[in-house]
Design a protein around this ligand. Structure first.
Ligand code: SF4
Ligand code: SF4
Length: 265
């Protein structure tokens, strides 16, 4: 019964799970919903809209939390029309449940050795959104999980990881380094320059055979106002509202300015 809704959103990968089958990781967040959840609607948002120069692919588009908020509102309205007494709450990223495990157990993807969920069509360029409801899963038309194999364990992501964290060498992920406030160490700064990244790191994704020919997302939101190469000039033209609509905004403007200066953009 959710087919019509997700088709209208151009979302192909979704499933319904029983709440009792998912791993709850934030009880307070669930309690804040004010109802006893019985089901989880979980979906993937493919976001690849083209290559980038100095930003992680996800950060070139507008902040995906915005699109998840919109989907949650529309999905809530859709459910209310069919189940007028139902309660629901949408999440994305900050959720009461372990979204990645839920998506994996729903058969929406496999877990790669790079720690990311990999979908058979969109590779790992996907975000996860979910909605918890007090509707019995059977009434939402539970989708049977399917077996889509497993990561090839080819080792390419581990070998290519510039900090070595995927090889268990105890360093930070470069993506986290680019997002750190304050002073960077000489090594960190040198690494960012070498990889040419102002924000994020896609190396363990781009090297993965599942991402060899990334499928362009059909979701229009991720194509809108894209910035494949960020510069100080572009940043300077952004007002507060525009800046906060960006995925790279959450650590503040100073952090992005520092990174741009470091790389000479
Ligand atoms: S994002 Fe970059 S630094 Fe982080 S694990 Fe992947 S390759 Fe390594
Ligand atoms: S690069 Fe190879 S080992 Fe790494 S996630 Fe992709 S298939 Fe798995």
């Amino acid at each position: 019964m959710l087919h019509e809704f997700f088709e209208s959103e151009k979302i192909e990968c979704y499933a319904v799970l029983s709440y009792s089958d998912v791993r709850e990781i934030n009880t307070r967040l669930r309690e804040g919903c004010g109802f006893e959840p019985k089901s989880v609607i979980i979906y993937l948002l493919p976001y690849y809209a083209g290559a980038t120069e100095n930003l992680s692919v996800y950060a070139a588009s507008l902040d995906y939390h915005i699109v998840i908020r919109g989907i949650s509102e529309r999905l809530g309205g859709y459910l209310s029309d069919i189940f007028p007494k139902a309660s629901y709450r949408g999440f994305g990223d900050h959720s009461p449940i372990d979204e990645c495990s839920a998506a994996l157990s729903a058969g929406l993807g496999i877990r790669g050795d790079n720690g990311l969920i990999i979908n058979e069509k969109y590779g790992s360029y996907v975000f996860i959104g979910d909605m918890i409801t007090d509707i019995e899963p059977d009434r939402l038309g539970a989708v049977q999980p399917k077996d889509i194999g497993e990561c090839h364990h080819c080792g390419a992501c581990r070998a290519a990881c510039p900090t070595g964290i995927l090889r268990g060498e105890g360093c930070d992920c470069l993506s986290a380094i680019t997002q750190r406030k304050g002073e960077l160490t000489e090594n960190e700064a040198a690494l960012m320059k070498k990889i040419n990244t102002v924000w994020g790191c896609d190396i363990c994704q781009s090297i993965c055979p599942y991402n060899r020919e990334p499928q362009i997302t059909p979701i229009e939101f991720f194509h809108r106002e894209r910035i494949p190469c960020l510069s100080s000039d572009i940043l300077d033209t952004m007002g507060k509202e525009e800046f906060t609509s960006r995925a790279f905004a959450w650590r503040g403007r100073k952090t992005v300015e520092r990174n741009l200066k470091l790389l000479g953009y």
